[in-house]
Write a protein of this length. Sequence first.
Length: 75
Amino acid sequence: MSHLAWLVPVALGMGLVGLAAFLWSMRARQYEDLDGAAERVLLQGEDIPLPDKQRGRDRPQGRAPTIDKPQRRYS
């Protein structure tokens, strides 16, 4: 029974913190435009191509570098 003496106030405090965070988000207009960012990504104009250095093409063209596979050792 003594556990309820501190569990109930802790639960009420956590509920009040959650309610305060929700009210802050409503006042800060966090829920105004939920679809705006998703639509801007899809409807935005054409992207500008990146320079070769940012695309990773600053190395000479040709075959891609190969990674040596470890050799099997038979005992």
